[in-house]
Design a protein around this ligand. Structure first.
Ligand SMILES: C=C(O[C@@H]1C=C(C(=O)O)C=C[C@H]1O)C(=O)O
Length: 382
């Protein structure tokens, strides 16, 4: 039997040789970058990469072919990232120019007062979020999320506030799907702690309740409670509308899952408090605008990416973030309507908009995907 430490010594020697060669390869990449700068060429040369990769895969033993491709994919990614750093400024794409301009023209302070579109009615959680983002939001309510997107697109409201994800129930799919169909930018996000309560008309007892109304997400966040109590859930547009409809109803066997603020607002009693299945229940909201506005301190960026339907394409996009040491905070995928199981990937990444790696990312992300849409850079307020 071979000795383990002997084999590991051998691995150490091989890795040292690889490291030496890796440095040499990266030096070559620098020289290629200098050539490209002089000759005004882009970093990515797809046909060279394809031909080179095919030649390498051909030389590799059959059982190592996939590993070989993964290894060289990463090496090329690193070499492009290093070149991108040098060439980012020269080959600044449209998105970077727009980002620079937005950074220059956006006010230093986020507005305290503004016209804001929210979905729902008075008392909706979107209202709490709007109150947190702006000191004095002048809120218009819309029945649907689509109404909020349209209000912003048509300049009816300068901003819109939309729920995007919940820590218990996950992403708000409808909002992500609408993002594909509308033009907008993200200028801020916030997190609101959500406590759901069982609200009913004054004088009603818990025992009388059979049917419970709320938003789909709230129903999901209280699924255990609903089952334990033997209640029948009914989905309505949002939690505040649920409270309003219970208040307007003649029935005495209905209740709403909603906020305590809504109990006050609609004259309902709180029959049970904090009935959500988890106590650490938060919802993240995004504040959207029509114009790109980037306020000082923006350290998060949202991107929508479409990659080809081939093995390794998402990996290539992910490798780009990895090579630049950029942390991905969220990755969501949604099917693209009308395209056979093709997906749109939403990325939230953590990187100050002023960091050089952000510029490199924006200058080169287009090389790793079929389509890339920049949604904005912003900070999250707590
Ligand atoms: C190094 C180059 O730049 C890029 C990186 C490559 C690599 O690391 O092998 C190949 C092609 C280019 O996309 C080059 O053009 O040769």
């Amino acid at each position: 039997m071979e000795d383990l430490s002997d084999i590991r010594h051998e691995i150490d020697d091989i890795d040292n040789a690889i490291l030496d060669l890796f440095q040499k390869r990266m030096d070559c990449a620098e020289r290629v970058a200098a050539y490209k700068r002089t000759n005004n060429l882009p970093v990515l040369d797809r046909s060279r990469e394809r031909a080179h990769m095919a030649a390498l895969a051909d030389k590799a033993p059959e059982d190592l072919r996939t590993y070989t491709e993964v290894l060289f994919q990463l090496l090329m990614e690193a070499s492009r990232a290093r070149q991108g750093k040098r060439l980012a400024a020269e080959h600044a794409p449209k998105a970077l120019a727009a980002i620079d301009q937005a950074c220059e023209t956006t006010a230093d302070l986020f507005p305290r007062e503004a016209y804001v579109a929210c979905q729902g009615v008075e008392g909706a959680y979107s209202q709490f979020a709007a109150d947190r983002i702006f000191k004095h939001p002048l809120i218009s309510y819309f029945e649907s999320f689509e109404g909020v997107f349209r209000a912003v697109e048509t300049d009816f409201s300068r901003y819109g506030v939309l729920p995007i994800e919940n820590s218990t129930a996950g992403s708000v799919n409808k909002v992500y799907d609408l993002m594909m169909q509308h033009d907008f930018h993200i200028v801020r996000t916030t997190r609101v702690k959500i406590d759901h309560n069982l609200l009913a008309k004054p004088g009603t007892t818990v025992e009388q309740i059979h049917d419970v109304y709320s938003h789909e997400q709230a129903i999901n966040q209280c699924a255990g409670f609903i089952e334990r109590m033997g209640l029948t859930p009914h989905v309505v547009e949002n939690t505040a509308m649920a409270a309003k409809s219970v208040a307007d109803s003649d029935r005495t066997d209905v209740a709403a899952l909603s906020s305590r603020a809504c109990a006050q607002l609609y004259g309902l009693d709180v029959l049970m408090r904090d009935v959500q299945d988890r106590d650490d229940n938060y919802t993240r909201f995004a504040c959207i605008s029509k114009q790109l506005e980037i306020y000082p301190g923006a350290d998060r960026t949202s991107l929508m990416i479409v990659v080809n339907h081939r093995p390794g394409t998402l990996f290539k996009a992910l490798a780009k973030f990895y090579a630049l040491d950029i942390n991905i905070i969220k990755l969501e995928s949604r099917p693209i309507p009308g395209r056979d199981f093709e997906f749109m990937f939403y990325f939230d990444v953590e990187c100050p908009v002023t960091a050089p790696e952000f510029r490199t990312l924006m200058a080169t992300i287009g090389d790793a995907c079929e389509e890339c849409r920049y949604l904005g850079s912003y900070s999250e307020v707590l």
